[in-house]
Design a protein around this ligand. Structure first.
Ligand code: SAH
Length: 243
């Protein structure tokens, strides 16, 4: 399935600003097919303003009298709900739902249906859906803004359906320090610790073993070990001069 095959259906939206914000959420994630069922005000300046340039989604949005009309041509419908309703419908989270999208062939359309700001979707409308999607929330405050719920679903769909962008060009490869380079470094370090008086040979307190662990944990590369060796040499020169 492709992102273009996902249909976002908004049912009975009261605030045209939410329609615009939903269009923006869709466009940022690469979705395009918006269908509106009996919106209270549409088209509307507030919708255009909140779309912030995602106008193309609003211009192409279909407006329908019933949910059934809006679902025409789709093979699956997922109803979103802020509340976990009865067990009559299977409930998935957004990532689980997106994982189901991945299974479907290109060109098959699936709908994700969003409800009214105040009352959500009716049981009748949910009955049109194959499954429920619930975004995990604070149980004491579980209702997201409509467009934000669209954003979460669209983001998960994108994550599941789009190949991760080619990773940023890596920094020129530096080879890891070899074990003998590490051993010379530790020997050098111990010499400097002794000559500076930091390490008391009569009371070594496992200091070398601890520093060994510290530097091994850092997985230094060849250049970094060279820097540390340079530092140790500079300290040695300084000690020689002051003696
Ligand atoms: N009181 C309403 C809240 C509706 S919020 C209710 O209980 O359903 C408006 C719409 O945003 C919801 O119909 C749903 O489509 C979406 N939404 C909000 N919070 C959500 C959540 N936690 N999980 C899934 N969808 C959510």
């Amino acid at each position: 399935m492709r992102l273009e095959d996902i249909v976002i259906v908004l049912v009975g939206t009261t605030d045209p600003g939410n329609i615009g914000a939903a269009a923006r959420a869709m466009r940022t994630m690469g979705l395009a097919d918006l269908r509106l069922v009996t919106p209270r005000h549409f088209p509307h300046d507030k919708a255009t303003a909140r779309a912030s340039g995602a106008d193309v989604i609003l211009e192409q949005a279909g407006v329908f009298d019933t949910l059934d009309d809006a679902l025409a041509g789709t093979v699956r419908a997922y109803g979103t709900s802020a509340r976990l309703r009865s067990l009559r419908w299977p409930v998935a989270d957004p990532a689980g739902t997106a994982a189901q999208f991945v299974e479907r062939p290109d060109g098959e359309r699936v709908a994700v249906v969003f409800g009214r700001e105040k009352t959500g979707l009716t049981n009748d409308e949910l009955a049109r859906c194959h499954a429920l999607v619930h975004i995990d929330t604070n149980p004491a405050f579980s209702s997201l803004n409509l467009a934000m719920a669209v954003q979460v679903l669209a983001y998960e769909a994108r994550r599941a359906l789009v190949e991760p962008a080619a990773t940023a060009p890596e920094e020129p490869e530096v080879r890891p320090a070899t074990l003998d380079e590490m051993r010379y470094f530790y020997e050098h370090l111990e010499r400097v610790m002794l000559s500076s008086g930091f390490l008391d040979p009569k009371n070594p307190r496992h200091l070398m073993r601890r520093l060994n662990r510290l530097f091994n944990r850092a997985l230094p590369d060849h250049n970094e070990i060279n820097i540390l060796r340079g530092l140790l040499s500079a300290v040695e020169d300084h000690i020689d001069q002051t003696e």
